[in-house]
Design a protein around this ligand. Structure first.
Ligand code: XLS
Ligand code: NI
Ligand code: NI
Length: 436
């Protein structure tokens, strides 16, 4: 069946002058930028949960979308139809990857064991579809936040039975991801946090969460899964406080529990802003630690304080992000996953195309601009110059740990007040604007 009749063949690149809403203006998959094709660098992925399972429901109203792949006669038939829709959509968009939660692709059964069976069934279908189409799995994950048993967390639950069930669910989700050749596996701690400290043993929860992740590391080794483990920070929502608050918090948690060699970070733009940071701040902190592994590309609304998961259309955000990604030499096995949903009133399936095309063009254009800025070296030269006093013998000795306060004291008392230099922020912002 053809679920997306509005696009007959595939969406193609027509260039910046095109007025065709169903064509790329900037994303030219085979165009080489800095030695790699745009397709190889950007590694776009479609998020299964928003694109096919999103209904348009919100806190105040029911679903608004009427999707043809929902019209099956049983949950497993709907799952198979949705899978077909996914592969058709990815093929028509020219996107090579998709991402899922276990419970997105396969329905919850009456019992946990039945849910596991459903997953096995759908994964076998997905494997067949992947082989037929060449579409690949960027990452899989387990949904440990919808089912009522996870109301107080999964890997941080106060209830050992819940912790054990979550462990089992992750084991099955990792098996599924491995079977489908997933290139990464994501941990987003949806309810791994607390709502009130009055009922919370912080130390117990952080310790058990570390054990949870350690067992995942052990299991990964056991089954020979070679994908990258990723942790996705978010400060809150649905919990009042989530332990994986932001990049810096996650990195220090991983160091504290000796897990740092086994994980990288998956940075989501809207989670960064929820944490009171910019997207580029979160990317930069992760990249600086050598831990930027993948990106959930979306955006929030500056006027709203929650995870609105909108499609990314802000060119400045994309440029800043791509500067960081290009400077670290790309995302490796990671990619840009559109963890984003069309608005509740965007009810047509063609809206899914408009949303993805716009987002893909935004990051493609961001890549072109970022690479130009990097190649011209305009900002790098300014930064190098700004820190040039550290190139001195004294600067080197401080960084090598061979200097002392006494030495600096003597130096300062004889040389006097240091020269004041402008930070030149406005000048640098103007430079960026000459490229945009
Ligand atoms: C929710 C998260 C979620 C993760 C995957 O806010 O972004 O969608 O990406 O569990
Ligand atoms: Ni996400
Ligand atoms: Ni999110």
């Amino acid at each position: 069946m053809d679920y997306f009749t509005e696009v007959k063949d595939v969406v193609t690149y027509e260039g910046p002058d095109s007025k065709n809403p169903l064509a790329y203006k900037w994303f030219n998959k085979d165009q080489v930028v800095a030695g790699k094709t745009m397709g190889e660098t950007l590694r776009y992925a479609v998020a299964y949960w928003h694109t096919y399972k999103g209904s348009g429901a919100d806190m105040f109203g029911v679903g608004t979308y009427d999707r043809p792949w929902d019209k099956g006669s049983s949950p497993l038939e709907i799952a198979a139809m949705t899978l077909d829709a996914n592969f058709e959509f990815c093929q028509k968009l020219g996107v090579d990857y998709y991402c899922f939660h276990d419970r997105d692709i396969a329905p919850e059964g009456d019992t946990f064991a039945e849910s596991c069976k459903n997953l096995d069934h759908v994964v076998a279908l997905a494997e067949k579809k992947q082989n037929e189409t060449g579409i690949k799995l960027l990452w899989g994950t387990a949904c440990l936040f919808v089912h009522p048993r996870y109301a107080c967390g999964a890997g941080t639950s106060s209830n050992l039975g819940v912790f054990a069930t979550a462990s089992s669910q992750i084991k099955h989700a990792m098996d599924a991801t491995a079977q489908l050749g997933g290139e990464n596996y994501v941990f987003w701690g949806g309810r791994e946090g607390y709502d009130t400290l009055l009922n919370t043993n912080l130390k117990q929860e952080l310790d058990s969460f570390a054990s949870f992740l350690q067992m995942a590391v052990d299991y990964k080794k056991k089954i020979g899964f070679t994908g990258q483990f990723l942790i996705e920070p978010k400060p809150c929502e649905p919990t009042k406080h989530q332990y994986d608050h932001d990049s810096a918090t996650v990195i220090s948690f991983l160091r504290e529990y000796d897990l740092i060699d086994h994980f990288k970070l998956n940075i989501e733009a809207n989670h960064a802003t929820l944490a009171g940071h910019t997207f580029e701040h979160e990317l930069a902190i992760a990249s600086n630690a050598g831990l930027l592994g993948s990106v959930d590309a979306n955006r929030g609304d500056v006027m709203l304080g929650w995870d609105t998961d909108q499609f990314p259309t802000n060119l400045y955000d994309a440029v800043y992000a791509m500067m960081i990604i290009q400077k670290q030499g790309g995302l490796g096995s990671g990619g840009l996953n559109f963890d984003a949903k069309v608005r509740r009133a965007s009810t047509d399936t063609v809206d899914l195309f408009h949303a993805h095309i716009g987002a893909m063009d935004t990051f493609a254009r961001g890549l072109l601009i970022a690479q130009q800025i990097i190649d011209d070296g305009a900002l790098d030269a300014e930064i190098a110059d700004r820190y040039s006093s550290w190139d001195s013998e004294l600067g080197k000795s401080i960084l090598a740990g061979t200097c002392s306060f006494d030495e600096l004291d003597a130096q300062v008392l004889s040389s006097g007040e240091p020269e004041l230099r402008s930070g030149r922020q406005e000048y640098l912002e103007n430079i960026v604007n000459t490229y945009i």
